[in-house]
Write a protein that binds this ligand. Structure first.
Ligand code: B1M
Length: 214
C-alpha cells in the first residue's frame, strides 16, 4: 500500500529525494494519481501553509517544502495530463509593472500550486497587457497581483481597469497582496480579494473559485 501520509510528512520536512522516491513507489503500485496529489502532496503543503501562517515556519522552510512538492509534481504531471485531472483552478500571478520584488510573489505562487491550482508565473514588472494575455490565452480564472512599493500599488488599479476595458473583468477574479497592500486598498480599487500572506492567499483563491462556480 502506498504511504501517502509519508509523502505529506516528507513534504513538511522538505525532504525532496524522499518525496520523489515515495511518489514513484505510489505510481508503480498503481495508486490513483488524484490520491497522490490530494492525500500526499497537497495534504503536506496544507500543513506547511498553516504552520507558516502561525509563524511556526518561516520563508526558508516554506521554500524547501515547496521544492519537495515541485519535485513530486514533476513525476505526476504527465499522468495528470494523461488522465485529464482538472486543477482546482487556473491562476496567473505577477509582480506589477515597475516592481521587481518577487520573494513574496514566489511564495504565493508555490502555495497556490500546493493547494492544487495551475499557476502561470508571469514574473516581475508585469504590465496590464500581460495579465490580459494570460486570461485570453491560458484560460486564467484568477489574476494575482503582488506589489511591495507604495509607488507601484497604482499599477494594480491600472490593471483592473485594463481588464475591464478588455471586456474580461466580469469573467475572472482579481486578488492582490504585498506588504503595503490592505483590504481597504483592495476595496478601493475594486479587487475581488486580498490576502496578507501566502497561506491566506491560497485560501482566498479557493474561496474565489467557489464563488465563481455559484
Ligand atoms: Co526593496 N523595498 N526596494 N528590494 N525591499 C522594500 C519593500 C522596502 C519596504 C524597504 C524599506 O525601505 N524599508 C521599500 C519599500 C518602501 C515602500 O514603498 N513602502 C523598498 C524599496 C524602497 C526598494 C527600492 C526603491 C530601493 C532603491 O533602489 N532605492 C528598490 C525598488 C526596485 C523595484 O522594485 N523597482 C528595491 C529593491 C529591492 C531589491 C531588488 C534589492 C530586493 C528584492 C529582491 C527580490 O525580491 N528578488 C529588495 C528587498 C529584498 C526588500 C525587502 C528587504 C524585503 C522584501 C521581501 O522579500 N520580503 C523589503 C523590506 C522589508 O520587507 N523588510 C524591501 C519577504 C517576503 C516574503 O514578504 O514580499 O511582503 P512580502 O510577501 C508576503 C506578503 O506581503 C504576501 O505574502 C508574502 C508571504 O507571506 N504577499 C501576497 C505578497 N504578494 C502577495 C500577493 C497576494 C497575496 C499575498 O495575492 C496575489
Amino acid at each position: 500500500m502506498a504511504d501517502l501520509q509519508a509523502i505529506a510528512e516528507n513534504i513538511i520536512k522538505g525532504q525532496a529525494p524522499k518525496v520523489q522516491e515515495l511518489v514513484q513507489e505510489a505510481l508503480d503500485e498503481g495508486t490513483p494519481v488524484r490520491e497522490i496529489l490530494h492525500d500526499g502532496l497537497i495534504a503536506g503543503m496544507n500543513v506547511v501553509g498553516a504552520k507558516f501562517k502561525n509563524n511556526e515556519f518561516y520563508v526558508p522552510e516554506v521554500l524547501i517544502a515547496a521544492r519537495a512538492m515541485k519535485q513530486g509534481m514533476e513525476l505526476i504531471r504527465p499522468r495528470l495530463i494523461e488522465e485529464k485531472v482538472e486543477p482546482l483552478g487556473r491562476a496567473a500571478i505577477g509582480t506589477v509593472k515597475g516592481d521587481l520584488h518577487d520573494i513574496g510573489k514566489n511564495l504565493v505562487s508555490m502555495m497556490l500550486e500546493g493547494a492544487g491550482f495551475e499557476v502561470v508565473d508571469l514574473g516581475i514588472d508585469v504590465p496590464p497587457e500581460k495579465f490580459i494575455d494570460a486570461v485570453n490565452s491560458q484560460g486564467t480564472q484568477i489574476i494575482c497581483m503582488s506589489a511591495l512599493l507604495t509607488t507601484t500599488m497604482p499599477s494594480m488599479q491600472t490593471t483592473i481597469e485594463a481588464l475591464k476595458e478588455a471586456g474580461i473583468g466580469d469573467n475572472i477574479r482579481v486578488m492582490i497582496g504585498g506588504a503595503p497592500v490592505t483590504q481597504a486598498y483592495a476595496d478601493q480599487i475594486g479587487a475581488d480579494g486580498y490576502a496578507p500572506d501566502a497561506a491566506s492567499a491560497a485560501e482566498k483563491a479557493k474561496e474565489l473559485i467557489e464563488e465563481m462556480k455559484k
